[in-house]
Ligand binder design. Structure first.
Ligand code: SIN
Ligand code: FE2
Length: 215
């Protein structure tokens, strides 16, 4: 067997979810050690917190950000902000390795020239979930979303452009990357409540990095 076969990201399995949506299986697995180290550094500088929705509900997924812009939610609404509201300091800069992964994944999915300025970092403990929603706080819907899964597996819900549309259930595992853009950019999506488990590198959590061109 040719060992280079599996070091080449072009050879990894993919699942097409739509004309502009694909799961790149195990896409970050070869870079797991540096990615997890960088994730640790970023989240030490800007710790996870549970934000509240405009209606005052606490979001079960703990969140933080890196990059020029960070997604925030509070009683005033959802938006992108250049500073961490906990410190009024800029979010940690986007690590070069994160940017490279996001650009490479987007390019492989057919979206060349993706240059994200925001990376939302989600942490799911058992029971945490994300209800169906569209990503529409960004300025330019021509740019795709790149979403990296790490740690415990989860069931990703991928619906249509209408809330009531049929929903696909897609199991996402450590290292998988989902890219959606073009005609699929505004499809509803979410995450089912996380099941208990223990991941060899990340313990009882799932982490997700969502790269977007927000501004
Ligand atoms: C999101 O929709 O912001 C994140 C989805 C995920 O955690 O996979
Ligand atoms: Fe989303």
């Amino acid at each position: 067997m040719n060992p280079d076969l599996f070091s080449n990201q072009d050879q990894l399995p993919t699942d097409q979810l739509g004309p502009g949506a694909v799961v790149l299986r195990q896409f970050v697995l070869a870079d797991e050690v540096p990615v997890l180290g960088t994730l640790r550094d970023v989240t030490a500088a800007a710790p996870f917190r549970n934000m509240v929705t405009p209606r005052g509900f606490t979001i079960s997924v703990a969140m933080t950000n890196c990059g020029a812009l960070g997604w925030v939610s509070d009683r005033r609404g959802y938006r992108y902000a250049p500073a961490d509201p906990l410190t009024n300091q800029p979010w940690p800069p986007m690590p070069a390795s994160f940017l490279q992964i996001a650009m490479a994944a987007a390019a492989q999915a057919g979206f060349g020239g993706f240059l994200p300025d925001a990376c939302l970092i989600n942490r799911y403990a058992p029971g945490a979930k994300l209800t169906l929603h569209q990503d529409r706080d960004e300025v330019d819907f021509a740019q795709p979303i790149v979403s990296v899964s790490l740690g415990l597996p989860a069931v990703f819900l991928f619906g249509g452009v209408e809330r009531a549309d049929k929903v696909q259930r897609v199991k996402l595992e450590h290292g998988d990357v989902v890219v959606w853009g073009g005609p699929d950019r505004l499809r509803y999506h979410g995450i089912m409540p996380l099941k208990h488990g223990s991941h060899p590198s990340l313990g009882a959590y799932r982490f997700n990095l969502t790269f977007r061109k927000a501004g």
